[in-house]
Design a binder for this molecule. Structure first.
Ligand SMILES: *Cc1c(COP(=O)(O)O)cnc(C)c1O
Length: 420
């Protein structure tokens, strides 16, 4: 489903013109398509239907309650990386029993909270963490279900900031050491071995790295089965499925399933996936308004009201986001310009040396593919209130997070008594 399309020259999200949303809720504004988000999940779920599986949406990609609710309703589980994300899932009506808890630095409090809610399993990233989880569980008279995150040593050929499966990464336990850690786990009173997990990186646009990584883990999985024959239930292959930002040709859900399924079926385990970007990335846009056009002797800048604090991916990773006019007819002529925000940093840009429609002051632009790692990474840098978020379903739409006010910016701060 392509949820964002021009109709009569106006860019729509499903049945709703983005111009109407910008006028009603202001800019910058995140707009999400429920149809796209549920559709992406549905495609993957259907492609894997001949396999016992659970798709756990990676909450870190987009943690808005409405998004989580839409996915929970569709039947997903969740991959969380903090107690805060687990709280969000619970608030959205998600099922903790379908949650896996990833991340390298889980605290005592977070472990306790997750055990209390009864999550499916902890994905353990180190021996000290394994011992800590065991200790917390024992204090509660419980056994914590775990998987070890195993680092298969595969280069997924993506941006080095989002590649996690290579040997030098901070994530996971190397394949060489993993069996030993599983043996230790089997001896701990507070631990129950439930799975084997991997996650090799993000925005992976080929199937080969997944297949290679799975094949490298097959022997280990059999060895773990030997250690924990009664409790081993699942293999979690992580997230990382790429999407199209520009001209990438990532595998479709069906192509992905066709490549990995032969290797997974033989395992006889329940297969977990942790996609984030694949589910929401192209289900959201950031709508922004042109403040003015600035020309210097050598360059042209389109200065917009969205900035790196609203969408940091271009500044942080050099990511490409397509930028198109909300009203198509406004802009047949093309210019080359940098699209920049008002933040006082040279790194504050949404696009550089970009060919784009020759828009003027007050024109609305849509920054595409902003549904994943957009709003979740927004900050208040430069004392800028964070954007509002809207969810669209067909011809219906609703504000799902109000725009922050300047009052929100200072709430929680106090001036010490000696300065009063
Ligand atoms: C970030 C992350 C994901 C999701 O990655 P996507 O590229 O958004 O699919 C899944 N699992 C783990 C452990 C992660 O750190």
């Amino acid at each position: 489903m392509n949820a964002f399309q021009y109709r009569r020259g106006e860019l729509h999200c499903e049945g709703v013109p983005l111009r109407r949303l910008a006028e009603e809720f202001g800019t910058p504004l995140y707009v999400y398509s429920q149809g796209h988000i549920a559709g992406q999940y549905g495609d993957l779920h259907k492609a894997l239907r001949s396999l016992d599986h659970l798709i756990c949406f990676a909450v870190k990609a987009n943690s808005n309650l409405a998004v989580l609710r839409a996915l929970a309703e569709a039947g997903t589980g969740f991959d969380i990386v903090s107690g805060g994300e687990l709280y969000r899932v619970a608030q959205a009506g998600g099922d903790p029993r379908k949650c896996v808890f990833s991340g390298v630095g889980k605290t005592r409090d977070e472990i306790e909270y997750a055990l209390k809610l009864g999550i499916y399993m902890f994905n353990v990233e180190s021996e000290p963490e394994l011992r800590r989880i065991s200790e917390v569980a024992r204090c509660m008279g419980r056994r914590a279900p775990i998987a070890i995150r195993v680092n298969p040593g595969v280069d997924p050929d993506t941006h080095h900031y989002i590649s996690t499966g290579k040997h030098e990464s901070k994530f996971g336990i190397s394949l060489r050491e993993a069996l030993d850690v599983y043996r230790q786990a089997a001896r701990l009173d507070g631990i129950k071995i439930r799975g084997v997990q991997m996650h090799i990186g993000s925005q992976i646009t080929k199937t080969a790295p997944f297949v290679l990584a799975i094949r490298k883990l097959l022997r280990l999985i059999e060895q773990v089965r030997g250690i924990a024959p009664r409790t081993l239930q699942s293999f979690d292959m992580g997230g990382g499925l790429g999407i199209r930002y520009r001209d990438e040709r990532p595998p479709t859900a069906v192509e992905f399933a066709r490549a990995v399924m032969p290797h997974l079926k033989a395992m006889g385990l329940r297969i977990l996936l942790e996609p984030g970007r694949f589910i929401v990335g192209n289900g959201g846009v950031l709508v922004t308004r042109v403040v003015h056009i600035k020309r210097t002797p050598v360059k042209r800048f389109v200065i917009v009201d969205a900035a790196m604090n609203d969408l940091i991916r271009p500044s942080l990773y050099g990511s490409y986001h397509e930028i198109i006019p909300v009203t198509a007819k406004a802009a047949r002529r093309k210019i080359t310009a940098d699209v920049v925000g008002p933040v006082c940093e040279s790194g504050d840009f949404l696009a550089q040396e970009r060919r784009l429609a020759a828009v003027g002051e007050n024109a609305l632009l849509a920054v595409m593919s902003a549904g994943a790692y957009g709003m979740v990474m927004a900050s208040n840098y430069n004392a800028r209130p964070r954007p509002a978020e809207v969810m669209v379903k067909g011809s219906r739409y609703e504000l799902v997070r109000r725009r922050e006010s300047v009052k929100d910016l200072v709430s929680g701060e106090t001036i010490p008594s000696w300065l009063m």
